[in-house]
Design a protein around this ligand. Sequence first.
Ligand code: F6R
Length: 610
Amino acid sequence: MCGIIGYIGFKQSLPILMEGLRRLEYRGYDSTGVALIENGKIVVSKKAGKVSELQSELKNYSSPSTIGIGHTRWATHGAPTDANAHPHKDQNGTIALIHNGIIENYQTIKKKLLAEGHTFQSETDTEILSHFIGSLYEKTNDLFTATRLALTEVEGAYAILIISSKEKDKIIAARKGSPLVIGVGENEMFIASDATALISHTKKVVYLEDGEIVQISNNSFITKTITDEEIEKQVHELDLSFEQIEKSGYDHFMLKEIYEQPDSLTNSLRGRVLLEEGDAKLGGLEQVSDLLKNTNRIIITSCGTSWHSSLVGEYIIEQLAGIPVEVEYASEFRYRDPVINKNDVILAVSQSGETADTIAAIREAKRKGATALGIVNAVGSSIARETAAGVYIHAGPEIGVASTKAFTSQVAVFGLIGLLLGRQRGLQIDKGRIIASELLSLPDKIKKALQSADEVKQIVNEFKDSSHFLFLGRGTNFPTALEGALKLKEISYIHAEGYPAAEMKHGPIALIDNKMPVVFIAPKDMLYEKVMSNIQEVRARGGRIIAIANEDDHEIDEFAEFVIRVPRTLSYFGPIINIIPLQLLAYYMALARNCNVDQPRNLAKSVTVE
Ligand code: F6R
Protein backbone atom coordinates (compact mmCIF):
# COMPACT_ATOMS: atom_id res chain seq x y z
CA MET A 1 0.00 0.00 0.00
CA CYS A 2 1.39 3.41 0.84
CA GLY A 3 5.04 3.93 1.71
CA ILE A 4 6.05 5.99 4.72
CA ILE A 5 9.40 7.48 5.75
CA GLY A 6 10.46 9.83 8.52
CA TYR A 7 13.81 11.31 9.53
CA ILE A 8 15.05 13.25 12.56
CA GLY A 9 18.73 13.97 13.12
CA PHE A 10 21.50 16.35 12.07
CA LYS A 11 21.52 15.96 8.28
CA GLN A 12 19.33 17.71 5.73
CA SER A 13 16.13 15.68 5.82
CA LEU A 14 14.79 16.27 2.30
CA PRO A 15 17.37 14.20 0.34
CA ILE A 16 17.00 11.36 2.88
CA LEU A 17 13.22 11.40 2.54
CA MET A 18 13.36 11.48 -1.27
CA GLU A 19 15.79 8.55 -1.39
CA GLY A 20 13.58 6.61 1.03
CA LEU A 21 10.50 7.34 -1.07
CA ARG A 22 12.23 6.06 -4.20
CA ARG A 23 12.92 2.80 -2.39
CA LEU A 24 9.37 2.57 -1.06
CA GLU A 25 7.69 3.54 -4.31
CA TYR A 26 6.89 -0.07 -5.15
CA ARG A 27 4.34 0.07 -2.31
CA GLY A 28 2.24 2.76 -3.99
CA TYR A 29 2.90 5.33 -6.66
CA ASP A 30 -0.05 7.52 -7.46
CA SER A 31 1.13 10.58 -5.53
CA THR A 32 4.04 11.71 -3.39
CA GLY A 33 4.52 14.25 -0.63
CA VAL A 34 6.85 15.48 2.08
CA ALA A 35 6.49 17.74 5.12
CA LEU A 36 9.47 19.43 6.76
CA ILE A 37 9.81 21.77 9.71
CA GLU A 38 11.61 24.82 8.35
CA ASN A 39 12.24 27.99 10.35
CA GLY A 40 9.62 26.92 12.87
CA LYS A 41 6.93 26.27 10.26
CA ILE A 42 5.52 23.18 8.59
CA VAL A 43 6.29 23.22 4.86
CA VAL A 44 4.44 20.70 2.69
CA SER A 45 5.25 19.78 -0.93
CA LYS A 46 3.05 17.20 -2.64
CA LYS A 47 2.04 16.15 -6.08
CA ALA A 48 -0.02 13.55 -7.92
CA GLY A 49 2.22 11.13 -9.81
CA LYS A 50 5.42 9.31 -9.18
CA VAL A 51 8.25 10.23 -6.83
CA SER A 52 10.29 11.48 -9.81
CA GLU A 53 7.66 14.14 -10.52
CA LEU A 54 7.90 15.64 -7.04
CA GLN A 55 11.65 15.28 -7.23
CA SER A 56 11.93 17.34 -10.42
CA GLU A 57 9.64 19.97 -8.92
CA LEU A 58 11.94 20.21 -5.88
CA LYS A 59 15.24 19.96 -7.75
CA ASN A 60 16.31 23.55 -7.03
CA TYR A 61 15.05 23.51 -3.46
CA SER A 62 17.56 23.01 -0.67
CA SER A 63 16.04 23.00 2.79
CA PRO A 64 18.05 23.32 6.04
CA SER A 65 15.40 21.22 7.83
CA THR A 66 16.68 18.20 9.76
CA ILE A 67 13.27 16.71 10.50
CA GLY A 68 10.59 15.57 8.08
CA ILE A 69 8.15 12.93 6.89
CA GLY A 70 7.44 11.59 3.38
CA HIS A 71 4.73 9.51 1.76
CA THR A 72 4.09 7.66 -1.46
CA ARG A 73 0.39 6.91 -1.90
CA TRP A 74 -1.82 4.11 -3.14
CA ALA A 75 -5.26 5.74 -3.18
CA THR A 76 -8.07 4.34 -1.03
CA HIS A 77 -10.27 7.39 -0.30
CA GLY A 78 -10.26 10.03 -3.03
CA ALA A 79 -8.66 10.07 -6.47
CA PRO A 80 -4.89 10.46 -6.93
CA THR A 81 -4.78 14.27 -7.05
CA ASP A 82 -2.44 16.90 -5.59
CA ALA A 83 -5.04 17.76 -2.93
CA ASN A 84 -5.52 14.15 -1.84
CA ALA A 85 -1.77 13.46 -1.67
CA HIS A 86 -0.30 13.21 1.84
CA PRO A 87 0.88 14.88 4.11
CA HIS A 88 -2.30 16.47 5.42
CA LYS A 89 -2.34 19.35 7.89
CA ASP A 90 -4.82 20.01 10.69
CA GLN A 91 -7.21 22.99 10.80
CA ASN A 92 -4.52 25.40 12.13
CA GLY A 93 -1.70 24.10 9.97
CA THR A 94 0.29 23.20 13.12
CA ILE A 95 0.74 19.51 12.43
CA ALA A 96 1.34 17.40 9.31
CA LEU A 97 0.37 13.74 9.12
CA ILE A 98 0.98 10.85 6.72
CA HIS A 99 -0.97 7.62 6.82
CA ASN A 100 -0.98 4.12 5.39
CA GLY A 101 -4.29 2.34 5.92
CA ILE A 102 -7.99 3.12 6.15
CA ILE A 103 -9.86 4.97 8.89
CA GLU A 104 -13.18 3.16 8.88
CA ASN A 105 -15.14 5.53 11.13
CA TYR A 106 -13.90 8.71 9.44
CA GLN A 107 -17.45 9.78 8.54
CA THR A 108 -18.48 9.85 12.21
CA ILE A 109 -15.36 11.82 13.17
CA LYS A 110 -15.84 14.16 10.21
CA LYS A 111 -19.41 15.00 11.28
CA LYS A 112 -18.19 16.06 14.74
CA LEU A 113 -15.39 18.15 13.24
CA LEU A 114 -17.74 19.81 10.73
CA ALA A 115 -20.01 20.75 13.63
CA GLU A 116 -16.96 22.41 15.29
CA GLY A 117 -16.36 24.47 12.14
CA HIS A 118 -13.54 22.48 10.47
CA THR A 119 -13.11 22.77 6.72
CA PHE A 120 -11.29 20.22 4.57
CA GLN A 121 -9.12 20.47 1.49
CA SER A 122 -9.22 16.84 0.37
CA GLU A 123 -11.51 13.82 0.09
CA THR A 124 -9.30 11.66 2.29
CA ASP A 125 -9.90 9.86 5.56
CA THR A 126 -6.34 10.91 6.46
CA GLU A 127 -7.14 14.61 6.56
CA ILE A 128 -9.99 13.87 8.97
CA LEU A 129 -7.55 12.07 11.27
CA SER A 130 -5.11 14.96 11.06
CA HIS A 131 -7.83 17.46 12.04
CA PHE A 132 -9.03 15.17 14.81
CA ILE A 133 -5.55 14.91 16.34
CA GLY A 134 -5.08 18.66 15.80
CA SER A 135 -8.26 19.47 17.73
CA LEU A 136 -7.14 17.34 20.70
CA TYR A 137 -3.66 18.89 20.44
CA GLU A 138 -5.14 22.34 21.02
CA LYS A 139 -6.55 21.07 24.32
CA THR A 140 -3.61 18.97 25.53
CA ASN A 141 -0.65 20.90 24.09
CA ASP A 142 1.19 17.57 23.85
CA LEU A 143 1.36 15.85 20.45
CA PHE A 144 2.04 12.39 21.85
CA THR A 145 -0.98 12.54 24.20
CA ALA A 146 -3.25 14.09 21.58
CA THR A 147 -2.37 11.37 19.07
CA ARG A 148 -2.80 8.62 21.62
CA LEU A 149 -6.20 9.90 22.74
CA ALA A 150 -7.38 10.32 19.14
CA LEU A 151 -6.35 6.78 18.28
CA THR A 152 -8.41 5.32 21.11
CA GLU A 153 -11.44 6.48 19.11
CA VAL A 154 -10.22 5.46 15.66
CA GLU A 155 -11.43 2.27 13.97
CA GLY A 156 -9.54 0.81 11.04
CA ALA A 157 -5.94 0.27 10.06
CA TYR A 158 -3.10 2.71 10.17
CA ALA A 159 0.57 3.44 10.25
CA ILE A 160 0.95 7.17 10.84
CA LEU A 161 3.74 9.71 11.29
CA ILE A 162 3.10 13.21 12.61
CA ILE A 163 5.25 16.30 13.09
CA SER A 164 4.34 19.59 14.75
CA SER A 165 5.74 23.11 14.39
CA LYS A 166 5.26 23.50 18.16
CA GLU A 167 7.41 20.43 19.01
CA LYS A 168 10.23 20.58 16.49
CA ASP A 169 12.35 17.86 18.05
CA LYS A 170 10.10 14.82 17.67
CA ILE A 171 8.16 12.60 15.31
CA ILE A 172 5.15 10.73 16.67
CA ALA A 173 4.36 7.39 15.05
CA ALA A 174 1.72 4.75 15.65
CA ARG A 175 0.65 1.49 14.09
CA LYS A 176 -2.37 -0.74 13.91
CA GLY A 177 -2.54 -3.17 11.02
CA SER A 178 0.07 -1.45 8.80
CA PRO A 179 3.79 -1.97 9.31
CA LEU A 180 6.36 0.47 10.73
CA VAL A 181 10.01 -0.07 11.54
CA ILE A 182 12.36 2.35 13.33
CA GLY A 183 15.96 2.62 12.13
CA VAL A 184 18.35 3.54 14.95
CA GLY A 185 21.38 5.63 13.93
CA GLU A 186 24.03 7.74 15.72
CA ASN A 187 22.22 10.91 16.76
CA GLU A 188 19.65 10.30 14.06
CA MET A 189 16.57 8.14 13.71
CA PHE A 190 14.60 6.87 10.76
CA ILE A 191 11.18 5.33 10.56
CA ALA A 192 9.66 3.64 7.53
CA SER A 193 7.07 1.17 6.27
CA ASP A 194 9.82 -1.35 5.67
CA ALA A 195 13.52 -1.85 6.04
CA THR A 196 14.35 -1.32 2.34
CA ALA A 197 14.17 2.43 3.01
CA LEU A 198 16.53 2.23 5.98
CA ILE A 199 19.19 -0.22 4.92
CA SER A 200 21.52 2.39 3.38
CA HIS A 201 21.58 4.23 6.73
CA THR A 202 21.50 1.65 9.51
CA LYS A 203 21.08 -2.03 10.23
CA LYS A 204 19.71 -1.51 13.74
CA VAL A 205 15.93 -1.71 13.68
CA VAL A 206 12.99 -1.82 16.05
CA TYR A 207 9.67 -3.24 14.86
CA LEU A 208 6.53 -1.54 16.11
CA GLU A 209 3.59 -3.79 16.99
CA ASP A 210 -0.11 -3.16 16.56
CA GLY A 211 -1.51 -0.81 19.19
CA GLU A 212 1.85 0.88 19.85
CA ILE A 213 2.66 4.57 19.69
CA VAL A 214 6.18 5.99 19.78
CA GLN A 215 7.80 9.37 20.27
CA ILE A 216 11.08 9.58 18.35
CA SER A 217 13.79 12.17 18.89
CA ASN A 218 17.26 12.18 17.32
CA ASN A 219 18.81 9.90 19.97
CA SER A 220 15.99 8.11 21.76
CA PHE A 221 12.47 6.83 21.50
CA ILE A 222 9.69 6.20 24.01
CA THR A 223 7.08 3.56 23.23
CA LYS A 224 3.69 3.10 24.87
CA THR A 225 0.52 1.26 24.03
CA ILE A 226 -2.46 3.30 22.87
CA THR A 227 -3.91 2.48 26.29
CA ASP A 228 -0.96 4.28 27.95
CA GLU A 229 1.25 1.43 29.19
CA GLU A 230 5.01 1.83 28.77
CA ILE A 231 6.82 -0.85 26.75
CA GLU A 232 10.45 -1.82 26.32
CA LYS A 233 11.42 -2.46 22.70
CA GLN A 234 14.20 -4.70 21.47
CA VAL A 235 16.71 -3.56 18.85
CA HIS A 236 17.27 -6.14 16.06
CA GLU A 237 20.16 -6.39 13.59
CA LEU A 238 19.01 -6.52 9.93
CA ASP A 239 20.33 -9.36 7.82
CA LEU A 240 19.93 -7.57 4.50
CA SER A 241 22.54 -5.87 2.34
CA PHE A 242 22.27 -2.75 0.21
CA GLU A 243 23.23 -4.75 -2.91
CA GLN A 244 20.35 -7.14 -2.31
CA ILE A 245 17.86 -4.37 -2.93
CA GLU A 246 19.59 -2.82 -5.95
CA LYS A 247 18.84 -3.75 -9.58
CA SER A 248 22.36 -5.17 -10.23
CA GLY A 249 22.41 -4.09 -13.88
CA TYR A 250 18.96 -5.43 -14.86
CA ASP A 251 16.48 -3.03 -16.45
CA HIS A 252 13.78 -3.89 -13.97
CA PHE A 253 13.49 -5.47 -10.54
CA MET A 254 11.10 -8.01 -12.00
CA LEU A 255 13.66 -9.23 -14.54
CA LYS A 256 16.37 -9.32 -11.88
CA GLU A 257 14.10 -11.34 -9.64
CA ILE A 258 13.16 -13.76 -12.44
CA TYR A 259 16.85 -14.42 -13.15
CA GLU A 260 17.68 -14.67 -9.45
CA GLN A 261 15.53 -17.79 -9.08
CA PRO A 262 18.30 -20.40 -9.32
CA ASP A 263 19.91 -18.62 -6.36
CA SER A 264 16.75 -17.78 -4.43
CA LEU A 265 15.64 -21.41 -4.69
CA THR A 266 19.06 -22.62 -3.55
CA ASN A 267 18.70 -20.34 -0.52
CA SER A 268 15.22 -21.70 0.22
CA LEU A 269 16.57 -25.26 0.23
CA ARG A 270 19.93 -24.62 1.90
CA GLY A 271 20.56 -26.97 4.82
CA ARG A 272 16.99 -28.27 4.72
CA VAL A 273 17.24 -31.32 2.43
CA LEU A 274 18.46 -34.55 4.02
CA LEU A 275 19.41 -36.56 0.95
CA GLU A 276 20.58 -39.72 2.68
CA GLU A 277 17.60 -39.89 5.03
CA GLY A 278 15.18 -38.94 2.23
CA ASP A 279 13.80 -36.30 4.56
CA ALA A 280 13.67 -32.57 5.25
CA LYS A 281 14.77 -30.52 8.24
CA LEU A 282 12.86 -27.35 9.06
CA GLY A 283 14.15 -25.81 12.29
CA GLY A 284 11.25 -23.35 12.41
CA LEU A 285 8.74 -26.20 12.76
CA GLU A 286 10.55 -28.23 15.42
CA GLN A 287 8.70 -26.60 18.31
CA VAL A 288 5.34 -27.62 16.77
CA SER A 289 6.38 -31.11 15.65
CA ASP A 290 3.90 -32.89 17.97
CA LEU A 291 1.06 -30.80 16.66
CA LEU A 292 2.09 -31.54 13.07
CA LYS A 293 2.31 -35.27 13.80
CA ASN A 294 -1.20 -35.33 15.25
CA THR A 295 -3.13 -32.89 13.12
CA ASN A 296 -6.05 -34.17 11.03
CA ARG A 297 -6.37 -31.17 8.79
CA ILE A 298 -4.30 -28.32 7.39
CA ILE A 299 -5.94 -25.12 6.17
CA ILE A 300 -3.75 -22.97 3.96
CA THR A 301 -4.76 -19.35 3.63
CA SER A 302 -3.26 -16.56 1.51
CA CYS A 303 -3.91 -14.10 -1.32
CA GLY A 304 -2.89 -13.63 -4.98
CA THR A 305 0.28 -15.37 -6.06
CA SER A 306 0.72 -16.82 -2.58
CA TRP A 307 -2.72 -18.39 -2.97
CA HIS A 308 -1.56 -20.02 -6.20
CA SER A 309 1.47 -21.55 -4.48
CA SER A 310 -0.87 -22.65 -1.68
CA LEU A 311 -2.92 -24.62 -4.24
CA VAL A 312 0.26 -26.41 -5.28
CA GLY A 313 0.94 -26.98 -1.57
CA GLU A 314 -2.42 -28.74 -1.27
CA TYR A 315 -1.44 -31.27 -3.96
CA ILE A 316 1.99 -31.80 -2.45
CA ILE A 317 0.95 -32.26 1.20
CA GLU A 318 -2.05 -34.44 0.42
CA GLN A 319 -0.07 -36.69 -1.91
CA LEU A 320 3.08 -37.01 0.20
CA ALA A 321 1.60 -36.97 3.70
CA GLY A 322 -2.02 -37.97 3.19
CA ILE A 323 -3.26 -35.12 5.39
CA PRO A 324 -6.47 -33.46 4.18
CA VAL A 325 -5.69 -29.92 3.08
CA GLU A 326 -8.01 -27.02 2.30
CA VAL A 327 -6.89 -23.83 0.61
CA GLU A 328 -8.82 -20.66 1.07
CA TYR A 329 -8.53 -17.00 0.08
CA ALA A 330 -7.71 -15.17 3.32
CA SER A 331 -10.25 -12.47 2.43
CA GLU A 332 -13.04 -15.08 2.40
CA PHE A 333 -11.80 -17.13 5.32
CA ARG A 334 -11.78 -14.17 7.68
CA TYR A 335 -15.49 -13.45 7.34
CA ARG A 336 -17.25 -16.73 6.72
CA ASP A 337 -17.12 -18.04 10.28
CA PRO A 338 -15.19 -21.16 9.24
CA VAL A 339 -15.43 -24.39 11.22
CA ILE A 340 -12.03 -24.78 12.86
CA ASN A 341 -10.98 -27.50 15.27
CA LYS A 342 -8.37 -27.11 17.97
CA ASN A 343 -5.87 -29.45 16.36
CA ASP A 344 -6.25 -27.95 12.88
CA VAL A 345 -3.12 -26.29 11.60
CA ILE A 346 -3.51 -23.00 9.76
CA LEU A 347 -0.68 -22.25 7.35
CA ALA A 348 -0.56 -18.60 6.32
CA VAL A 349 1.49 -17.98 3.18
CA SER A 350 2.75 -14.49 2.39
CA GLN A 351 5.72 -12.92 0.65
CA SER A 352 5.47 -9.57 2.43
CA GLY A 353 4.15 -10.91 5.72
CA GLU A 354 2.00 -7.79 5.89
CA THR A 355 -1.11 -8.63 3.85
CA ALA A 356 -4.08 -7.37 5.87
CA ASP A 357 -6.49 -10.15 4.86
CA THR A 358 -3.95 -12.87 5.67
CA ILE A 359 -3.23 -11.33 9.07
CA ALA A 360 -6.97 -11.17 9.80
CA ALA A 361 -7.36 -14.83 8.77
CA ILE A 362 -4.59 -15.82 11.21
CA ARG A 363 -6.31 -13.93 13.99
CA GLU A 364 -9.65 -15.58 13.20
CA ALA A 365 -8.02 -19.04 13.32
CA LYS A 366 -6.26 -18.25 16.59
CA ARG A 367 -9.48 -16.88 18.08
CA LYS A 368 -11.05 -20.25 17.35
CA GLY A 369 -8.28 -22.08 19.14
CA ALA A 370 -6.21 -23.36 16.20
CA THR A 371 -2.45 -22.90 15.83
CA ALA A 372 -1.31 -20.62 13.02
CA LEU A 373 2.02 -21.19 11.30
CA GLY A 374 3.63 -18.99 8.66
CA ILE A 375 5.39 -19.47 5.32
CA VAL A 376 6.84 -16.02 4.92
CA ASN A 377 9.56 -14.22 3.00
CA ALA A 378 9.97 -10.90 4.85
CA VAL A 379 11.90 -11.62 8.03
CA GLY A 380 10.45 -9.96 11.14
CA SER A 381 7.20 -9.07 9.33
CA SER A 382 3.81 -9.02 11.08
CA ILE A 383 2.83 -12.53 9.95
CA ALA A 384 6.19 -13.92 11.04
CA ARG A 385 5.59 -12.41 14.45
CA GLU A 386 1.92 -13.31 14.79
CA THR A 387 2.32 -17.00 14.03
CA ALA A 388 3.41 -19.60 16.58
CA ALA A 389 6.16 -20.97 14.33
CA GLY A 390 6.91 -21.25 10.64
CA VAL A 391 9.32 -21.42 7.75
CA TYR A 392 11.05 -18.48 6.11
CA ILE A 393 11.33 -19.01 2.36
CA HIS A 394 14.60 -17.02 2.22
CA ALA A 395 13.97 -15.76 -1.33
CA GLY A 396 15.51 -12.37 -0.48
CA PRO A 397 13.81 -8.99 -0.91
CA GLU A 398 11.20 -8.96 -3.68
CA ILE A 399 10.77 -5.40 -4.95
CA GLY A 400 9.08 -5.86 -8.37
CA VAL A 401 5.35 -5.53 -7.79
CA ALA A 402 4.62 -8.75 -9.70
CA SER A 403 5.67 -11.61 -7.48
CA THR A 404 8.07 -14.09 -9.13
CA LYS A 405 10.80 -15.61 -6.99
CA ALA A 406 8.52 -15.76 -3.96
CA PHE A 407 6.21 -18.11 -5.88
CA THR A 408 8.94 -20.62 -6.77
CA SER A 409 10.40 -20.52 -3.28
CA GLN A 410 7.00 -20.97 -1.66
CA VAL A 411 6.38 -24.09 -3.79
CA ALA A 412 9.84 -25.42 -2.87
CA VAL A 413 9.07 -24.88 0.83
CA PHE A 414 5.80 -26.78 0.36
CA GLY A 415 7.95 -29.55 -1.12
CA LEU A 416 10.07 -29.57 2.06
CA ILE A 417 7.01 -29.53 4.32
CA GLY A 418 5.36 -32.31 2.28
CA LEU A 419 8.52 -34.38 2.56
CA LEU A 420 8.85 -33.79 6.30
CA LEU A 421 5.20 -34.60 7.06
CA GLY A 422 5.19 -37.48 4.60
CA ARG A 423 8.18 -39.16 6.24
CA GLN A 424 6.46 -38.79 9.63
CA ARG A 425 3.39 -40.56 8.20
CA GLY A 426 4.81 -43.53 6.38
CA LEU A 427 6.35 -42.17 3.18
CA GLN A 428 9.01 -44.71 2.23
CA ILE A 429 12.68 -43.69 2.43
CA ASP A 430 13.27 -44.54 -1.27
CA LYS A 431 10.52 -42.21 -2.36
CA GLY A 432 11.78 -39.61 0.14
CA ARG A 433 15.24 -39.81 -1.44
CA ILE A 434 13.83 -39.31 -4.93
CA ILE A 435 11.95 -36.22 -3.79
CA ALA A 436 14.93 -34.85 -1.85
CA SER A 437 17.23 -35.29 -4.81
CA GLU A 438 14.72 -33.72 -7.20
CA LEU A 439 14.40 -30.70 -4.92
CA LEU A 440 18.17 -30.23 -5.06
CA SER A 441 18.15 -30.43 -8.87
CA LEU A 442 15.60 -27.63 -9.26
CA PRO A 443 17.98 -24.61 -9.30
CA ASP A 444 19.82 -26.07 -12.34
CA LYS A 445 16.55 -26.86 -14.06
CA ILE A 446 15.38 -23.27 -13.53
CA LYS A 447 18.65 -22.12 -15.18
CA LYS A 448 17.75 -24.19 -18.23
CA ALA A 449 14.16 -22.94 -18.28
CA LEU A 450 15.50 -19.37 -18.26
CA GLN A 451 17.16 -20.12 -21.60
CA SER A 452 13.70 -19.94 -23.19
CA ALA A 453 13.82 -16.11 -23.30
CA ASP A 454 14.44 -15.98 -27.08
CA GLU A 455 11.49 -18.25 -27.91
CA VAL A 456 9.35 -16.24 -25.53
CA LYS A 457 10.28 -13.03 -27.38
CA GLN A 458 9.11 -14.56 -30.68
CA ILE A 459 5.77 -15.37 -29.11
CA VAL A 460 5.51 -11.84 -27.77
CA ASN A 461 6.18 -10.52 -31.26
CA GLU A 462 3.36 -12.61 -32.64
CA PHE A 463 0.75 -11.89 -29.97
CA LYS A 464 1.59 -8.45 -28.56
CA ASP A 465 -1.64 -6.98 -29.95
CA SER A 466 -3.89 -9.71 -28.57
CA SER A 467 -6.59 -8.62 -26.16
CA HIS A 468 -7.12 -11.99 -24.48
CA PHE A 469 -5.12 -15.07 -23.46
CA LEU A 470 -6.16 -18.40 -22.00
CA PHE A 471 -3.84 -20.48 -19.79
CA LEU A 472 -4.69 -24.15 -19.29
CA GLY A 473 -3.10 -26.86 -17.19
CA ARG A 474 -3.97 -29.88 -15.07
CA GLY A 475 -2.90 -31.20 -11.68
CA THR A 476 -0.24 -28.98 -10.14
CA ASN A 477 -0.13 -27.08 -13.41
CA PHE A 478 -3.65 -25.76 -12.95
CA PRO A 479 -2.25 -23.32 -10.32
CA THR A 480 0.62 -22.66 -12.77
CA ALA A 481 -2.01 -21.64 -15.35
CA LEU A 482 -3.65 -19.32 -12.80
CA GLU A 483 -0.29 -17.77 -11.95
CA GLY A 484 0.71 -17.38 -15.63
CA ALA A 485 -2.57 -15.58 -16.30
CA LEU A 486 -2.18 -13.35 -13.23
CA LYS A 487 1.35 -12.34 -14.25
CA LEU A 488 0.23 -11.44 -17.78
CA LYS A 489 -2.79 -9.41 -16.74
CA GLU A 490 -1.15 -7.51 -13.93
CA ILE A 491 1.80 -6.14 -15.89
CA SER A 492 0.73 -6.14 -19.56
CA TYR A 493 -3.00 -5.42 -18.97
CA ILE A 494 -4.00 -8.18 -21.37
CA HIS A 495 -7.13 -9.95 -20.18
CA ALA A 496 -6.03 -13.47 -19.25
CA GLU A 497 -7.73 -16.39 -17.57
CA GLY A 498 -6.36 -19.58 -16.12
CA TYR A 499 -8.45 -22.77 -16.08
CA PRO A 500 -8.05 -26.47 -15.41
CA ALA A 501 -7.65 -27.72 -19.00
CA ALA A 502 -10.57 -30.16 -18.78
CA GLU A 503 -12.90 -27.51 -17.39
CA MET A 504 -12.56 -25.58 -20.65
CA LYS A 505 -15.31 -27.55 -22.35
CA HIS A 506 -17.74 -26.48 -19.63
CA GLY A 507 -17.75 -22.87 -20.80
CA PRO A 508 -14.52 -21.11 -21.79
CA ILE A 509 -14.34 -23.11 -25.04
CA ALA A 510 -16.93 -20.64 -26.35
CA LEU A 511 -14.15 -18.03 -26.39
CA ILE A 512 -11.91 -19.96 -28.77
CA ASP A 513 -11.46 -18.58 -32.27
CA ASN A 514 -8.49 -17.92 -34.52
CA LYS A 515 -7.55 -14.82 -32.55
CA MET A 516 -7.32 -16.54 -29.18
CA PRO A 517 -3.82 -17.53 -27.99
CA VAL A 518 -4.09 -20.52 -25.66
CA VAL A 519 -1.11 -21.45 -23.50
CA PHE A 520 -1.07 -25.13 -22.54
CA ILE A 521 1.20 -26.25 -19.73
CA ALA A 522 1.81 -29.77 -20.93
CA PRO A 523 4.69 -31.59 -19.24
CA LYS A 524 5.11 -35.34 -19.81
CA ASP A 525 3.39 -36.47 -16.64
CA MET A 526 0.51 -38.83 -15.95
CA LEU A 527 -1.99 -36.27 -17.29
CA TYR A 528 -0.10 -35.66 -20.54
CA GLU A 529 -2.45 -37.68 -22.77
CA LYS A 530 -5.47 -35.91 -21.25
CA VAL A 531 -3.91 -32.52 -21.91
CA MET A 532 -3.15 -33.59 -25.50
CA SER A 533 -6.89 -34.27 -25.96
CA ASN A 534 -7.66 -30.78 -24.63
CA ILE A 535 -5.13 -29.36 -27.11
CA GLN A 536 -6.98 -31.13 -29.94
CA GLU A 537 -10.25 -29.59 -28.80
CA VAL A 538 -8.78 -26.10 -29.02
CA ARG A 539 -7.09 -26.82 -32.36
CA ALA A 540 -10.36 -28.04 -33.82
CA ARG A 541 -11.82 -24.61 -33.10
CA GLY A 542 -8.97 -22.64 -34.64
CA GLY A 543 -7.32 -21.54 -31.37
CA ARG A 544 -3.61 -20.67 -31.56
CA ILE A 545 -1.65 -23.02 -29.37
CA ILE A 546 1.47 -22.21 -27.35
CA ALA A 547 2.76 -25.20 -25.39
CA ILE A 548 5.12 -25.35 -22.43
CA ALA A 549 6.51 -28.86 -22.95
CA ASN A 550 9.41 -31.02 -21.85
CA GLU A 551 12.76 -31.01 -23.67
CA ASP A 552 12.31 -34.57 -24.93
CA ASP A 553 8.69 -34.19 -26.11
CA HIS A 554 8.51 -33.94 -29.88
CA GLU A 555 5.05 -35.40 -30.21
CA ILE A 556 3.59 -32.04 -29.27
CA ASP A 557 5.29 -30.19 -32.18
CA GLU A 558 2.62 -31.41 -34.55
CA PHE A 559 -0.20 -29.81 -32.60
CA ALA A 560 1.23 -26.59 -31.16
CA GLU A 561 2.14 -23.52 -33.20
CA PHE A 562 4.80 -22.52 -30.65
CA VAL A 563 6.60 -24.83 -28.23
CA ILE A 564 8.73 -23.67 -25.30
CA ARG A 565 10.87 -26.43 -23.89
CA VAL A 566 11.73 -26.82 -20.24
CA PRO A 567 13.36 -29.65 -18.25
CA ARG A 568 11.29 -32.44 -16.80
CA THR A 569 10.67 -32.67 -13.07
CA LEU A 570 8.36 -34.50 -10.67
CA SER A 571 4.78 -33.31 -10.96
CA TYR A 572 4.92 -31.84 -7.42
CA PHE A 573 7.53 -29.35 -8.59
CA GLY A 574 6.29 -28.76 -12.15
CA PRO A 575 5.06 -25.24 -11.30
CA ILE A 576 8.59 -24.18 -10.26
CA ILE A 577 9.95 -24.93 -13.74
CA ASN A 578 6.90 -24.27 -15.91
CA ILE A 579 6.19 -20.82 -14.48
CA ILE A 580 9.61 -19.52 -15.63
CA PRO A 581 8.69 -19.02 -19.35
CA LEU A 582 5.32 -17.63 -18.27
CA GLN A 583 7.01 -15.02 -16.07
CA LEU A 584 9.24 -14.13 -19.04
CA LEU A 585 6.19 -13.99 -21.31
CA ALA A 586 4.48 -11.48 -19.01
CA TYR A 587 7.68 -9.43 -18.69
CA TYR A 588 8.49 -9.17 -22.40
CA MET A 589 4.83 -8.64 -23.29
CA ALA A 590 4.68 -5.70 -20.87
CA LEU A 591 7.85 -4.24 -22.43
CA ALA A 592 6.44 -4.65 -25.96
CA ARG A 593 3.28 -2.85 -24.90
CA ASN A 594 5.23 -0.02 -23.16
CA CYS A 595 3.86 -0.85 -19.75
CA ASN A 596 5.62 0.04 -16.53
CA VAL A 597 6.85 -3.37 -15.44
CA ASP A 598 7.89 -2.65 -11.87
CA GLN A 599 5.02 -0.34 -11.08
CA PRO A 600 1.91 -1.59 -12.88
CA ARG A 601 -1.12 0.66 -12.69
CA ASN A 602 -3.43 0.39 -9.66
CA LEU A 603 -1.27 -2.23 -7.91
CA ALA A 604 0.79 -2.12 -4.76
CA LYS A 605 3.42 -4.54 -3.56
CA SER A 606 2.11 -4.97 -0.10
CA VAL A 607 -1.67 -4.89 0.41
CA THR A 608 -1.98 -3.70 3.99
CA VAL A 609 -5.64 -2.66 3.72
CA GLU A 610 -8.74 -4.78 3.27
C1 F6R B 1 0.92 -10.82 -7.69
C2 F6R B 1 1.15 -10.39 -6.33
C3 F6R B 1 0.00 -10.40 -5.37
C4 F6R B 1 0.46 -10.95 -4.01
C5 F6R B 1 -0.68 -10.82 -2.98
C6 F6R B 1 -0.29 -11.43 -1.65
O1 F6R B 1 2.07 -10.74 -8.46
O2 F6R B 1 2.22 -10.03 -5.97
O3 F6R B 1 -1.06 -11.13 -5.86
O4 F6R B 1 0.84 -12.28 -4.17
O5 F6R B 1 -0.99 -9.47 -2.80
O6 F6R B 1 0.84 -10.83 -1.13
P1 F6R B 1 1.73 -11.51 -0.01
O7 F6R B 1 2.30 -12.76 -0.58
O8 F6R B 1 2.76 -10.48 0.31
O9 F6R B 1 0.82 -11.80 1.14
